[in-house]
Design a protein around this ligand. Structure first.
Ligand code: AHR
Length: 628
């Protein structure tokens, strides 16, 4: 904490109650646990800018933040309530800054409007944790939130179960059409429902998202409710309103699914227990995690991720008690040694070597016994390795899958053997998302977007024309598919730019060379830019181009992904123009997740790493500090 802030803070807290009151009046805020400690012991002041203090979900968020912060006597919270008004939230944020906070937690009213303000805070070196709705770009320290599409899918699965997969009718009570959460929930829901039989879904927007409006809307359906099998309400309060309506009208056959799954007297879990609704999908607020990560950031703990996507559960009468009990469970670190089987992709790239080293080192640091197998980019070998780990009865299996499909069988074997599986670096596509405990790695789609955003930014006008070559990594691997997808998403904004050629270089130096040689064997050089899915292929391509008298970085723009030191050198030498970072240093986060899991802690759905974009202009500033 800066010296001036210490003084400033002492001035404020020494005044005790009166000053607290003044602060509360000034900012329409309240401070948690104001009386619980001596004023002079405050090390950190965390400002919390809430979108509103009205919605039940936000009240639970506030309470979670307070409860968690109460465990740290050296932390003081200062809340502001934007009353759902973005202009007020901007003023609130400025006031929190003026007040001298050490870290800010923001739950935005409107992400578009709040993005520049959050970016401003972040650029003043005040860490910002964004909750619930992610701001645009990457000017924030950490985002923690739910995955609303997954919540929608989980609700869809519940509805299908209720209709026994037969044809039927669903009434969907959505939130306001401006709510991204609601849009995502609907999308996830339809993706599950539309694939099955003949199920009709009628959507109704409940703008206020309140219990009473939902009740009125459902009542207004009158006798049409006879034909409805399931009501999917986007929150438990609307689900309760729907229950009140169907009860009064006597349509007891209707099954109800809600979202939120809080545990208060009239909250979702208890509504399920009392049989008023049939199922609720939990939508965690992230309040507790926000305070835990805030402390890690303030204490300069390394390896804090960029995004933590929280896990949701389907709560039914059968599991409601266990779920509630699990919330109060205090994780206990295991005393016995943990054995982890790690099925690595191979040794194809500098990235992979750094990744393996990071995992081995972190295992040593965490006292985890690591059984390591390298599959040499062969899925069959990787599956064999997993089967060996199952036979050895390891505690945890970690896979960095070569390709993303074809895992259902072996993952089911691991599950049947009771061995949890974690995904590191690359994802898998499985029929059932519950086949693995968490995914730790990068947002490959965003990496592709960043590459094209950078290229787009070099054009004179968005209409300028550009012939692009894409050097693809291993076909069927998630980084290949996602980087292509993200790149193409942004490419659409540039009508003059086209991918005119693509070839697979398998993430290797030789592969990159080969694609260029093959192209030049058939064409005159007519490419303006190359997007390479990794550094090794980019460097192979650069060497091959030079051998043909074409200067990479000058005659053709070269963009790659990863950020190995060799690529930094190429940036500095002007042979490469842009590198989108993909961090291989996943070891510490992975080992932390494994030890948390073994201690009985729930893992998030996804943990996404922090990454940057480097160019010829800024590479020099970073090259010395590169760790791989
Ligand atoms: O899965 C991550 C990718 O795999 C890296 O970008 C690439 O270099 C590696 O081989």
């Amino acid at each position: 904490m800066k010296e001036s802030l210490v003084r400033h803070r002492r001035r404020i807290w020494k005044g005790g109650g009166i000053c607290l009151l003044t602060v509360a009046l000034l900012f329409s805020m309240f401070s948690a646990c104001a009386a619980r400690q001596e004023p002079d012991k405050i090390d950190y002041v965390i400002g919390v800018s809430q979108a509103n203090m009205r919605e039940p979900w936000r009240l639970v968020l506030t309470r979670e933040i307070q409860d968690e912060a109460a465990k740290y006597p050296n932390v003081r919270l200062v809340f502001t309530d934007a009353t759902d008004d973005s202009a007020k939230q901007m003023t609130d944020i400025q006031r929190l800054l003026d007040y001298g906070i050490d870290l800010m937690i923001v739950s935005p009213c409107d992400v578009k409007k709040i993005t520049p303000v959050v970016s401003n805070v972040y650029n003043q070196s005040i860490p910002v944790i964004v909750l619930d709705r992610v701001v645009e770009g990457f000017d924030y320290s950490l985002f923690i939130g739910p995955d609303n599409k997954t919540i929608g899918k989980q609700a869809g699965e519940a509805a299908l179960r209720m209709m026994n997969g037969k044809s039927g009718s669903v009434l969907e009570l959505c939130g306001s059409s401006a709510s991204q959460a609601s849009i995502d929930r609907s999308e996830g829901f339809s993706s599950v429902i539309s694939g099955e039989g003949d199920i009709q879904v009628e959507h109704v927007a409940v703008v206020s998202e309140s219990r009473d409006s939902a009740e009125d809307i459902v009542k207004a359906f009158g006798t049409r409710l006879r034909g409805i099998d399931v009501i999917f309400a986007h929150n438990d309060y609307m689900a309760l309103g729907a229950y009140n309506a169907v009860k009064q009208l006597g349509y007891d056959h209707i099954r109800i699914v809600g979202v939120d799954g809080f545990t208060g007297e009239d909250d979702g879990v208890n509504l399920v227990r009392r049989g008023m609704i049939d199922e609720t999908i939990t939508c965690p607020t992230g309040g507790r995690e926000a305070v835990q990560y805030a402390l890690e950031i303030l204490n300069n703990v390394s390896g804090v991720p960029k995004q933590v996507i929280l896990r949701s559960h389907n709560i039914t009468k059968e599991n409601a008690d266990d779920y509630e009990a699990s919330l109060n469970q205090v994780p206990e670190a295991t005393k016995r040694a943990i054995t982890v089987g790690y099925a690595q992709v191979g040794t194809e790239s500098a990235w992979r070597l750094a990744n393996t080293e990071s995992i081995k080192k972190a295992a040593r640091d965490f006292g985890v016994s690591l059984l390591y197998e390298d599959a040499d980019q062969d899925q069959g070998r990787q599956i064999e390795a997993i089967r060996r780990f199952i036979k050895m009865d390891v505690d945890v299996i970690v896979i960095s899958p070569v390709v993303d499909s074809g895992w259902d069988e072996v993952l089911a074997e691991a599950r049947d053997a009771g061995i949890p599986v974690l995904l590191s670096d690359r994802r898998v596509t499985t029929k059932d998302d519950n086949m693995y405990m968490t995914f730790i790695g990068a947002d490959f789609i965003e990496e592709g977007r960043r590459a094209m955003r950078w290229l787009g930014g070099t054009l004179e006008t968005p209409q300028s024309s550009l012939r692009i070559m894409e050097l693809e990594g291993t076909l069927g691997a998630s980084p290949t598919e996602d980087r292509s997808q993200g790149f193409r998403e942004v490419l659409k904004e540039y009508p003059g730019c086209n991918i005119v050629y693509f070839g697979c270089g398998d993430y290797t130096y030789e592969g990159g060379r080969k694609v260029i040689e093959e192209y030049l064997a058939k064409h005159e050089w007519d490419i303006d830019a190359i997007f390479s899915h990794n550094d090794d292929m980019a460097l192979g391509a650069a060497d091959a181009l030079e051998e043909h008298g074409i200067q990479p970085g000058k005659d053709v723009k070269l963009i790659s992904v990863d950020g190995a030191r060799t690529a930094f050198q190429a940036l500095v030498d002007g042979r490469l123009n842009c590198v989108v970072e993909c961090s291989p240093l996943l070891g510490p986060q992975l080992m932390k997740a494994i030890t948390d899991l073994m201690a009985g802690k729930e893992l998030p759905l996804r943990i996404i790493t922090d990454e940057k974009v480097f160019t010829e202009e800024n590479a020099k500033d970073y090259i010395r500090s590169r760790k791989y």
